[in-house]
Ligand binder design. Sequence first.
Ligand code: ADP
Ligand code: MG
Length: 732
Amino acid sequence: MSDMSSRIETIQAVAGFHEIKPVPAKSYDQIGEGYGRDAFGIRTMRERLPKDVFKSVMRTIELGERLDPSIANTVANAMKDWAIERGATHYTHWFHPLTGATAEKHDSFLSPDGQGGSLAEFSGNQLIQGEPDASSFPSGGVRQTFEARGYTAWDATSPVFISRGTESATLCIPTVFVSYTGEALDKKTPLLRSIDAVSSQAMRILRLFGTDEGVSRVFATCGPEQEYFLIDRRYYLSRPDLLMCGRTLFGAASQKHQQLDDHYFGSIPDRVQSFMVEAEARLHALGVPVKTRHNEVAPAQYELAPEFETANIAVDHQQMTMQILQTSAPKLGLQCLMHEKPFAGVNGSGKHVNWSLSTNTGTNLLDPRDDTHTNMQFLVVLAAVIRAVDLHADLLRASIASASNDHRLGANEAPPAIISIFLGDMLTDIVHQIEKGSATSTKKGSDMDLGARTLPQIPRHSGDRNRTSPFAFTGNKFEFRAVGSNSSIAWPNAVINTIVAESLDHIASKLEESVGANPTEAKLKAAVKKLLKQIIKEHKRVLFDGDNYAQEWHEEAEKRGLPNFKDTVQALDALKTKKAKDIFKKYGVLNPVELEARYETYIEQYATKLRIEADTMVSIASNMILPAAVRYQGQLATAVAQTSAADVGCEELRASLEELSDLVCQLRADCSELQRLTHEQRAMEGHDAAKFLRDNVIPAMTELRSVADTLENIVADDLWPLPKYREMLFIK
Ligand code: ADP
Ligand code: MG
């Protein structure tokens, strides 16, 4: 063929990628200097705000007091000056609609001065409240377009920041987004409410133990680890499935994938390191404390982790991180894929959400300390988490449900859909002791002798890790590992906070009831012992330290009565139960209308994503794969005709032609069937549509893919119209 297929041209171009100059390495000083430069954080506020105003804002941030509106003008003015000095021309109320992304609508600082010129203005009112029309965001029926008024309101607990494009800089104000009637239309409002709820309940526990001195608030803390793929952007642009859906809908496995485990923690390819440096520098400027980078298990997969922060800020920073990863990659000719399962057959990507509770004075309530068995307050908080996860495993499962995460959960890379808790040897031992009566000892770690005298002795932890557990205790925090790489962490965080608030409430109430508000130490200890024993007895079924992938566990979990919602359609039902309505209402996190709106929005998102995937599959199969296969069929047919005309035996060639012709017919038939099914579901809505897509359209997609992937291995390489797995995953 004279015109080389674009796929092969791309391989050659990528192989010569060194035209792309890596960014010069940034020195420690350069990074240090720029750290937090684009965030109006506490340090900047202290410098820029009058003392009394600064103190007033800090009372909101640290003590959770209501914001004093009379300071708004002063703060707004300082922010405006600071932002303009840094090149900003516009401001925006930045919020988290239910799409899972963030939203912004920019307004200029400039207003006409009435004399033909302009002046820069930004008032307290503009800081505190916005009114984007924003009627096209999903509201799950809370809001009709004819009553589209919605408000954004400043969340002073998360720093404003400057978002930079190539030629633009915009002051972004973290806000919540609510309807005219005050219903939460976003992910942030329930999160903030849940943070309040867990704080109030945790404070009651501290008061009982007398550890509340100087403490005014308990924060949920969060450190989210982000996994992602990076591939050459030219491959991305020549795959309609990646472009439309963020994942490959077709693609035969490459011969080598991750069998050798040679990518995990491997040396980071040069271009990828340049990308990481670029993204990290931008994140550091925003005050996002990114810390760790490494190669992940799948080829072309990487991970980034920040230091933990209070949950609210961590959630904002996480959204900023996803955005910066995505916008930094094209600068190096790369595309960052955040989808949970961009490539079949290799690991997908998740987000490990590390979570704990900490006082505003910095005490981690999940720090077991030495002699853990004597640390009653820790054991109470631990018991609260165990009880919460057991009672509301269904809500946790629902909080991470999405069409894309369905590919990952339960596959051999992510925890199964069964929610259980890993505690590790030391805590498991203590929990056993509690159950039997009382805990009297703590298993200790030991020193390890490494054999060679030149090596240091290193301490061994008292328990190993377990990578297969969805909710694992990892030293001084829990790690919720089932969250998808693409999802906002606001909702899972809100759910954890709410269910733990309920259990802390339960424990505090029981203890207050039995010992009164100011108990003696002995009395309290006895009451705690009794209550812990009861909680462990009732909820120990959720504890599991073994291999979560093993079939035996799935059977065992069923015997224990643990829920196993295998897909999003099943999982989301948890939001419709009375139990869910009650708990979200009781802790003021979501009223029943708001909760219902989330169900409606998430089920609709599931259906919409699947529809787009099915339509994209039909398009690729009929416009790209079928034509390629038919071309090859023609070549083979010509070869067969010419060979037999030359009177040479060609049985094998004829067999190949027959095999190919069968597959082509099959592809055509499968494609029509998928198209028919997608038409059929168009008449359905909500849950019915989602269920139909799950039960009928997904199997038809799987069938079509399998035929297409077989063809990929048969059709001549130069005719194949899509970049192949081995190219996307291995040419760096
Ligand atoms: P790994 O999961 O591999 O053990 P790390 O120990 O580095 O990795 O921790 C992972 C994440 O957990 C980091 O983002 C870290 O900041 C976060 N983390 C550590 N302590 C806490 C805590 N008390 N609360 C919330 N997150 C935490
Ligand atoms: Mg981890």
